[in-house]
Structure formats: structure tokens, C-alpha cells
Write a protein that binds this ligand. Structure first.
Ligand code: TYD
Length: 137
């Protein structure tokens, strides 16, 4: 079977309905979202200079969205790395299972919205980069 790489993790452009009173973006299961949604979580009040992530997931698939502000997501498949700046609420980065990820350079007031394919599960995490490299080898 072909291994998933960072090049399979794409930016998705969600529809944006523009109105003089502001914009709206809707993300629907099975339509804009390429997996079944089981969990939503968001990171906020992130102190300047802090990084998040630094782990991989075995089964979890995610759509990462900058609901407000901006940040950089670096994904790594053990061979290739790709850094994407998310800075608009109508873009999502689709992160497939098995990617090491780091989220950094949060702007002040940034909100990192994550749509996730599984419930929270501590056994789904690879927590060290060394363990990750053994896993992808
Ligand atoms: P963690 O996944 O390590 O956060 P990050 O990768 O953003 O640095 O989670 C941080 C804490 O939050 C940890 O104690 C577990 C808890 N948590 C939940 O309880 N439910 C969730 O859905 C998530 C993502 C985290």
C-alpha cells in the first residue's frame, strides 16, 4: 500500500457567503468535510511564542482552520516536511493520519479550530519524534 505523505494533505477552500454584514462559512459532513465529524475542539488564549502539537495520530484525521488570526502548521511524514500558514477562516488544512505536526507562530488572539474524525483517545497519540520515526520506518 502507498504510504500517505505530506503531499496528500491539502488545503481545502470552503465556500464563503459574503454579506455587507459579514461572512459565513459552513462545513458539512460528507460535503465540504472529507471525513465523518466526531469532535470539535479549539485552541485559544495561546501565549506569544508558544507552540502546540508536536505529536502524531495513528487514526485521527483532522481539518485545521484558523477561525481567527493566523498560525503556521508544519506537517512531517518522516521524509518530507511542509509548512502552511493558515490565516483565513475559509481555508482548512486536511491532516491525514500518521503525520507529525507542529503548530507555531500564533498571532495574538488566534483561534485554531480543529474538526476531528474521532473522539479524544489517548491511545491514538505518538508523543515523541523518535517513536514517530520508528513508526514510519
Ligand atoms: P494535546 O492534544 O496534548 O494538545 P496540543 O497538541 O494542542 O498541545 O492536549 C492537551 C490537553 O488537552 C491534554 O491534557 C488532553 C486534553 N484534551 C482533551 O481532553 N480533549 C481533546 O479533545 C483534546 C484535543 C485535548
Amino acid at each position: 500500500m502507498k504510504k500517505t505523505t505530506v503531499f496528500d494533505c491539502n488545503i481545502v477552500h470552503f465556500p464563503r457567503l459574503q454579506n455587507r454584514a459579514g461572512n459565513i462559512t459552513a462545513v458539512q459532513n460528507g460535503i465540504e468535510l472529507p471525513f465523518d465529524l466526531k469532535r470539535v475542539y479549539y485552541l485559544y488564549d495561546i501565549p506569544g511564542g508558544e507552540d502546540r502539537g508536536a505529536h502524531a495520530h495513528l487514526r485521527l484525521e483532522q481539518m485545521i482552520i484558523a477561525a481567527s488570526g493566523s498560525f503556521d502548521v508544519t506537517i512531517d511524514d518522516g521524509r518530507n516536511k511542509k509548512t502552511v500558514q493558515l490565516n483565513r477562516p475559509f481555508f482548512g488544512l486536511h491532516v491525514l493520519p500518521g503525520m507529525w505536526r507542529d503548530i507555531s507562530n500564533f498571532s495574538s488572539g488566534a483561534i485554531c479550530l480543529v474538526l476531528a474524525s474521532e473522539l479524544y483517545d489517548t491511545t491514538d497519540y505518538i508523543r515523541t519524534y523518535e517513536e514517530y520515526l520508528n513508526y514510519v520506518k
